[in-house]
Design a protein around this ligand. Structure first.
Ligand SMILES: [Zn+2]
Length: 75
């Protein structure tokens, strides 16, 4: 009977160690979420995530109207 109890304790320790070891990566992901680069609209100066911005060469715009407005000014 004692043998089975020791086996159970050993299994619990191994399971606990495995669980403890597998947790940190998820912790790191929560502490360091992927940060998106922020860009500034070349027309109105609003800050927005790069994925939401319209890129035109090195410049970014918050919407198509601002992109066209700057293109009209430039040419
Ligand atoms: Zn804008």
């Amino acid at each position: 009977m004692m043998k089975y109890l020791l086996l159970l304790i050993l299994f619990a320790i191994v399971w606990w160690a495995w669980k403890k070891r597998s947790t940190p990566p998820r912790d790191d992901a929560r502490r360091n979420p992927p940060v998106e680069r922020m860009v500034t609209c070349a027309h109105c100066g609003v800050h927005l995530p790069e994925s939401d911005a319209l890129a035109d060469g090195a410049r970014y715009f918050c919407n198509d109207a601002h992109r066209r407005a700057v293109q009209r000014q430039g040419s």
